[in-house]
Each structure stands twice: as structure tokens, then as C-alpha cells.
Design a protein around this ligand. Sequence first.
Ligand code: G1P
Length: 277
Amino acid sequence: MINKCLFPAAGYGTRFLPATKATPKEMLPILTKPLIQYGVEEAVEAGIHTMAIVTGRGKRAIEDHFDTSFELEQQIEGTSKEHLLSEIRSLISECTFSYTRQREMKGLGHAILTGETLIGNEPFAVILADDLCTNTPDCAQGILSQMIKVYEKYQCSIVAIEEVPLDQTNKYGIIAGNPVDGTDNIYRVTDMIEKPDPKEAPTNMAIIGRYILTPDIFNILKETPAGKGGEIQITDALLEQAKQGNVIAYKFDGKRFDCGSIDGFVEATNYFYGKTI
Ligand code: G1P
């Protein structure tokens, strides 16, 4: 069983300055919903109700979002606008939200390690809210739900992957692996490299911001030296598990938007707007 979902949300979001000067990037909205709310909804759809959020300075708006605003509730009660709060109200009542702060920005691996205090000794999911994932008409299940099924079968760490154009391998963790059980969407990972140049990339299979991690990852992260960009990389820690045959890469069904980039953010906005008209 996967009971907890970790959201690393301490990054500065410099690509969206000045919007992210006083607003966390996870709170930027696609239409009327902040990015992190889409992530929490995906976790709930996967049966997870315990949210663990790694924040940093200037991120208090996230805590306020997942809390009751009595003034607003009072103002809006009984008016025609009350329904606008119904989704967030039900998330708040169904879930618990716990927070811890990452004091220094030392990379995604370090952010995940900071979350150990909220996770403890159990397997857990990780969602990077700026990778916004959604179902498509031919697949009704969310990506995290799909990954949990894969976890239930293989009982090891799982990363979600997508094929990317070769000239973009330097934006992602890239894996190499062998297909398992005659499938064409599940691979036993043999190698992984953080943001390789296209010349050094073993494949074009990129990790996207969804992981299921077994808790031994925390001790591995404690020993993982700074890697690409001088940061502690989750990709490097996962490689240690992969060397023992303990990482599966899963090519998911669905659609992903890179909302950490302006292009992806606009594309997501247009996609979700298109669904409302
Ligand atoms: C992080 C990871 C990278 C992964 C990516 C997915 O990079 O380090 O391996 O492919 O998330 O979004 P970031 O986008 O934080 O630079």
C-alpha cells in the first residue's frame, strides 16, 4: 500500500519571475486551479490521503490554500459563488497536509531527503507539481494510479518515463533498461543519467515528475554526493537501487505538460480551457 505522497515544493521558480517573486510557483494557476492542487487531486485519485509537502521560504500560500479560510467561507456562504470552493473544500476534508521546510536548495534528492521526517519507513509516492499530468480519453486512470499497480507487482522503486526528442535529453533524467515480462511499457532499469547531453544519452526515455520510492532511498541519499549542477540528484540515488535490479521504469498512458516552462504552461492552459468549452 502507498499511503503518503511527497511534494517537493521548495524551488524558486525563477523561470516565472517576476510572477514567482512573492508567489510559490506551485500556486500558479492553470485556469482557476493552482498546479499543486492538480497534483493533490491525482494523489487522491490514486487512493492517497496523506500529503507531505517540502516547502521553503515564501511558500506559505500553499499552506493557506489547503486550509479553511473562515472569512472567505462566511462571505461566500449561500451565494451563487459557493460552488467555486466545493472541490478544494472536499480535498481539505479528505486529506491531511503536513509540511517541513528545506532550508537550503541543494537539489531534488536533498528535497526528498528533507521529507524523510514526514514519510518515515514506508514506500511513498512523489509528485513534482510542475509536471502536470492528466488522463486522456483512451485511459481513464491517473498516472499515479497506474504506477501503484506496477508497484504492487514489482515491489521496488518505480519511475514514470516518456520518450522525448533526442535534443532534449539534457532537461531530464534519462534511463536505459530492458523490457520485462514481454511488455513494451515496463523496463527494468540498468542505467540512469541526470540531464545528459544528447551525445551521451543512452536512450531518449526521460523520467518525468512521478516516482514511487522505497524507503531505503533515504539512506542512499544520505551517502549520495552532489552530482549534476552541484546538486544532490534523486537520479544518482536511484541508480544505486537500479544496480540491485530494484528500479522499474513505466511508460505511462496519459498526457504530461511541462508547466515549469512557459511553453508547457501555455499549452496546459489551452488544453484545459479547450475542455471547458
Ligand atoms: C527533475 C529531475 C529529473 C527529471 C525531472 C522531471 O529535474 O532531476 O531527473 O527528469 O525533474 O520533471 P528538474 O525538472 O527539477 O530540473
